[in-house]
Design a protein around this ligand. Structure first.
Ligand code: P6P
Length: 340
């Protein structure tokens, strides 16, 4: 495996790339391949709406709140519904779960249940939509654990180590889809003139030399001593040769994506009043952790790999440190030395 991202010159669509990946798995039946196609299509549809989010009929709040108690932007609901309706009838999924819905989403009785489980955050960072800040979709795919019938909550509560595939879409200056099936991380950029995701970043590897650290420093007073000291370390105040630059967008996918390509660490730590942090384990931290590890990075809750955490509930939160392996390990060291 090369030690750096290679930028491609040939034209490879995501469909062809996924098919080529499938061909390296003789046991593959094509179901996962088609599931990934469907998610790419969902991304194109969502992208077509987010790039028009400035229009009055989409902007603004849908008037109600989701199970997180947050105002639901119309795009949140559109993204959620798009992913659900593209996947509810295909016979590929046993069950789905969304950040927008309290309970797992059953496959309607009139459709066959399949062997995969799809967890997704349909539009992460949506509070930024009104300000034209990049937002994203995150997805996690597992094999079902139950053997037949409709999938269950247990099928949704699997460790990230069991992930079969994970990815995200980022809707920004361009629309990108980044995914892994455990054979490296690959990035595709949407060419809107032809409506195709074209391979633009083959085998993404997080640069060994970090450039950025990403954290909402406005909460520093609420952090533990270990996290405060880790942050001072990143600023070059406690032994790091050169200080890193602070880049924080406040949209997880955008912050993660920049650090994946440029090198750096993102963290949303626990706070004194929020010991579980803010971000969600099942459909935010775990899929991004799988991607980070596949790109040579690492993700932790401050004590252990995110991928080793057994979820107890669907919307469980977790502190998250993710990106450059050495820096995340350093964070674990500060937590161990000052917070235990
Ligand atoms: P804060 C967006 O609302 C989000 O869920 C993530 O996308 C982002 O990383 C985080 O919250 C930002 O939270 O507290 O810094 O505004």
């Amino acid at each position: 495996m090369t030690t750096q991202t290679t930028f491609t010159s040939t034209i490879t669509t995501i469909e062809r790339h996924i098919l080529e990946e499938q061909q390296s798995h003789p046991e593959a039946t094509g179901v996962l391949t088609n599931l990934l196609y469907d998610l790419a299509l969902a991304g194109k549809i969502i992208a077509s709406k987010t790039t028009r989010a400035g229009l009055a009929e989409i902007l603004g709040e849908a008037g109600d709140t989701n199970i997180q108690g947050e105002e639901v932007m119309k795009l949140d609901r559109l993204a959620d519904r798009t992913i659900f309706r593209l996947n509810d009838h295909t016979g590929r999924l046993a069950v789905m779960a969304s950040e927008e819905r309290a309970a797992p989403i059953n496959i309607p009785d009139r459709y066959r249940a399949g062997k995969y489980v799809l967890l997704y955050d349909p539009l992460d960072g949506s509070s930024n939509i009104d300000y034209n800040v990049s937002v994203g979709t995150i997805f996690a795919i597992y094999q079902r654990k139950t053997s037949e019938g409709r999938g269950t909550l247990d099928d949704c509560l699997q460790k990230g180590r069991e992930l079969v595939a994970a990815g995200y879409l980022t809707y920004g200056s361009s629309t990108m889809l980044v995914y892994t099936t455990g054979a490296g991380v690959h990035g595709f950029t949407l060419d809107p003139s032809v409506g195709e995701f074209l391979l633009s970043h083959h085998n993404i590897q997080i640069p060994k030399n970090p450039k950025y650290y990403s954290v909402n420093q406005g909460y520093e007073e609420n952090w533990s001593e270990g996290i405060q000291r880790f942050t001072h370390y990143l600023q070059g105040r406690e032994g790091l040769g050169t200080a890193l630059s602070l880049r924080y967008i406040g949209s997880l996918v955008a912050d993660f994506h920049r650090n994946l390509l440029a090198g750096g660490v993102f963290y949303y730590p626990a706070e004194k009043e929020k010991p579980e942090g803010k971000l969600r384990l099942a459909y935010e931290a775990a899929p991004l952790a799988f991607i980070a590890e596949q790109a040579g990075g690492y993700a932790s809750d401050g004590a252990q790999s995110i991928l080793d955490i057994q979820p107890e509930s669907l919307h469980q939160r977790t502190p998250l440190f993710i990106g450059n392996r050495d820096l995340v390990k350093k964070a674990e060291g500060f937590v161990r030395d000052y917070d235990q």
